[in-house]
Design a protein around this ligand. Structure first.
Ligand SMILES: [Zn+2]
Length: 179
């Protein structure tokens, strides 16, 4: 069976739902972030480096969350229990994707621009080149694969890892956010 089709075994899923027993998990976005990332870190060996990286989780596991929390977080903590803890996903990969999307939904900073391909909203990201580790700011589409640099010729076609952007990063790269 392909690695990413692996089922989340009952033990891993039970341990994930056990997060609900922690009293303060939904008290703040920070608590929720710590609970989700804490779980991934605890089961990192069982989950495996490949799946963590495939889902882009390594870029957001150890951020200074409060610097990144969006004022317009798309996550309503009241609805989270029902949204992600009641139905076991078919694969471990899917569970990690849900966790990744959930964290991004708390920290994503949208730009004012729309995607030239599909009109989806573009949000800020940092591209870090895999070979030189050089970081530059760019935009990524919330719906399709489109991504581009802001301060350089349009398309970004080099191999790079994608990281979230804090308000401090926006200032650092001289980007004026309207939001
Ligand atoms: Zn798009």
């Amino acid at each position: 069976m392909a690695e990413h089709k692996r089922n989340p075994d009952d033990c891993i899923w039970k341990n994930f739902t056990n997060l609900l027993h922690e009293p303060h998990i939904f008290k703040s976005h920070l608590n929720y972030y710590n609970a989700l990332t804490g779980w991934v870190k605890k089961y990192y060996n069982e989950i495996g480096n490949d799946l963590v990286q495939r889902n882009g989780l390594d870029a957001i596991l150890n951020i200074d969350f409060e610097k990144y929390l969006s004022k317009e977080s798309e996550i309503s903590l009241k609805l989270e229990q029902k949204r992600i803890f009641t139905r076991k996903p078919e694969t471990l990969d899917a569970l990690l994707m849900i966790i990744n999307n959930t964290i991004w939904d708390m920290i994503r900073l949208y730009s004012e621009k729309d995607c030239p391909i599909c009109d989806g909203e573009l949000y800020y990201v940092i591209f870090e080149k895999l070979n030189t580790k050089q970081r530059d700011i760019g935009l990524e589409c919330c719906l399709c694969w489109w991504h581009e640099y802001i301060n350089k010729p349009k398309e970004c076609d080099e191999m790079a890892s994608v990281h979230p952007v804090s308000r401090t990063d926006l200032e650092l790269f001289g980007v004026k956010s309207q939001k």
